[in-house]
Ligand binder design. Structure first.
Ligand code: CP
Length: 323
């Protein structure tokens, strides 16, 4: 395992708010560091003292299983003190503003706050007002950088280099913070990306908008609404969760129709490359965006994504607390 001094020399990261602002080399350093964290996870006694005396706060205003639990697990394995705050039990219920909650977390001496919030930009907002490091654990439809990083890590473990691999993101692009973070991360690492979804869930001028960003890395992104075309020659298929809680605006005729047109089935996967890997950031709507036998089939690495999430988040916490 890398020592603290080696980690300090690797990369300095005050906050992780999105993937956009990470350089390719920084992404690679985080992924490499996760390899040594995974070695800790494979030991009989999964405990190292790296973050003894550090305090990590998870502040979740939206539901979560994977992200919150894996951050807590990552912090505890590294011997940090982990405090969990959620929307139901926090003083947010008494009308406290996000600003004052952030100041309170800073005042108790937290080293890192990990925030999930339904509003895009909430992590950026608090990072401007507190010295405590901020990690974005998913904000509105904007970004989910640790999901993208853990998926990049999982893909690399499975297929080696990401450069030149064909990856298709299938589903609800409009509302997917995972898809947005992936477009940055996968593009920076040189993947060929296809976005596949109903036209109503692929925002107008999506790629044009991205390409207006100065210094953007997006050169290899295609869009299609035809699942067979999307899956053709894919090395990696990532089904995105159909966000049922955000589907009140008539974007879909019905879930059955969505499933029939775009659901990932064994039959459809035959269009992909032979050793295609199937991913899903979770939580899954099995039987809607992905068939159960695909989700749990031989090509699926969905559970590995979750395991990788602990190693990746350990790497991130270690790097951020060692700055
Ligand atoms: N992928 C993801 O963010 O899952 P949770 O909502 O369970 O954290």
């Amino acid at each position: 395992m890398q020592t603290e001094t080696q980690t300090q020399n690797l990369v300095k990261l005050d906050n992780l708010l999105d993937i956009d602002s990470l350089k390719k080399a920084e992404i690679e350093i985080i992924l490499d560091h996760a390899v040594s964290m995974e070695e800790v996870l494979n030991r009989d006694i999964k405990k190292v003292p790296s973050l003894r005396g550090k305090t990590i706060v998870t502040l979740f205003y939206e539901s979560s299983t994977r992200t919150r639990v894996s951050f807590e697990q990552a912090g505890k394995i590294l011997s940090a003190d982990v405090i969990n705050i959620n929307n139901k039990t926090s003083s947010n219920n008494k009308g406290e503003s996000l600003y004052n909650t952030a100041l309170t977390i800073q005042a108790i001496g937290a080293d890192v706050v990990i925030i999930r919030h339904p509003h895009s930009g909430a992590p950026h907002f608090i990072s401007k007002h507190i010295k405590t490091s901020v990690i974005n654990a998913g904000d509105g439809t904007h970004a989910h950088p640790t999901q993208a990083l853990l998926d990049l890590y999982t893909i690399k473990k499975k297929v080696g280099s990401i450069e030149g691999k064909n990856i298709v993101l299938v589903g609800d692009i409009l509302y997917s913070r995972v898809a947005r973070s992936h477009m940055w991360g996968l593009s920076k690492l040189g993947a060929n990306i296809t976005i596949c979804g109903p036209e109503t869930l692929i925002p107008n001028d999506f790629i044009k908008g991205l390409k207006n960003i100065s210094g953007h890395p997006f050169s290899n992104i295609k869009i299609t609404s035809n699942i067979d075309e999307g899956l053709k020659n894919a090395d990696i298929v990532m089904a995105l969760r159909l966000q049922l809680e955000r589907q009140q605006s008539g974007h879909l005729p019905s879930l059955r129709e969505y499933s029939r047109e775009l659901g990932i089935t064994e039959e459809r996967l035959k269009k992909s490359n032979q050793n295609v890997i199937v991913m899903h950031p979770g939580p899954m709507n099995e039987g809607i965006e992905i068939e159960s036998n695909v989700a749990h089939g031989v090509n699926s690495i969905i559970e590995e994504q979750v395991t990788s999430g602990v190693a990746l988040r350990m790497a991130l916490l270690n790097i951020m607390c060692s700055k």
